[in-house]
Design a binder for this molecule. Structure first.
Ligand code: SF4
Ligand code: SF4
Length: 243
């Protein structure tokens, strides 16, 4: 295994071990609860970082640091089939838009945001600090596990993730104004169509087709670099720069 993937796996493992501490920083519910009281909570900041950060790193957060991504990749050991994707990837926006509207309406009803309570509902910044929080913690893991078992690799990322739309939109803006960002490029002429990149892709993307079509941009790509690291012909490269 290439050094880059060993580092990525280590970061993902640490992130998963820290999930009992960090869970509420990603909470889709606390941001609504906070908005209903005119409060900016931790997850508000997290989602803002995802939106603005993705201008320069795309969805690398998903590929490198997200505990939910880490847990889903652990589930590959049990079920590594490819989930149905295509239009089904849009499902997460069907969830995301009403959720975002709910936050907006709650904040409006509360008369706007009046204060910041970063550690709201946490104990000294720790998410899982009582028995009820444990129930939420294991409930979330169970949801990710079930989706992985039923549908396949990183099904949560494809179907229901409330965080990825921020990054997908950030990435689209980044591409539109051509900001320097982490990207993939390929040398189509060196490809022997062995299919290793496609097999290795945790997001089940048709990477070999992306290479053939000379279009390495895909809104579901989490910039994990696995395709680049498994390619026997070094066809794919990750770089930081403009399109
Ligand atoms: S296309 Fe490559 S970098 Fe993107 S998710 Fe798939 S393996 Fe990772
Ligand atoms: S792993 Fe490399 S050579 Fe094989 S299909 Fe993918 S890009 Fe082509």
């Amino acid at each position: 295994m290439k050094k880059r993937q060993r580092i990525r796996n280590l970061i993902l493992l640490l992130s998963f071990l820290l999930f009992p501490v960090t869970q509420f920083y990603f909470s889709p519910y606390l941001i609504i609860w906070g908005a209903s009281q005119g409060m900016i909570t931790a997850s508000f900041f997290t989602f803002a970082v995802f939106l603005f950060g993705s201008l320069f790193v795309g969805r690398a957060f998903c590929g490198w640091v997200m505990p939910c991504g880490s847990f889903q990749e652990l589930c590959f050991q049990v079920n590594d089939k490819e989930p149905k994707t295509g239009k089904l990837n849009l499902l997460k926006f069907v969830i995301w838009v009403p959720w975002l509207i709910t936050i907006f309406v709650m904040a409006l009803l509360a008369g706007g945001y009046k204060r910041v309570e970063y550690f709201f509902a946490m104990d000294h910044g720790i998410s899982v600090s009582n028995i009820y929080a444990y129930i939420i913690y294991y409930g979330v893991l169970l949801l990710f596990l079930l989706l992985s078992l039923i549908f396949g690799k990183r099904a949560t990322c494809h179907y229901i993730c409330w965080m990825s739309p921020f990054m997908i939109i950030g990435r689209k803006i980044s591409n539109w104004i051509n900001l320097p960002s982490i990207r993939l490029k390929s040398k189509k002429e060196n490809c022997v169509q062995c299919g290793s990149c496609r097999k290795a892709c945790p997001m089940s993307l048709e990477v070999n087709k992306m290479v053939t079509e000379k279009n390495m941009e895909n809104s579901e790509c989490i910039l994990c670099g696995k395709c680049a690291d498994v390619c026997p012909k070094n066809v794919i490269t990750m770089y930081f720069g403009r399109l």
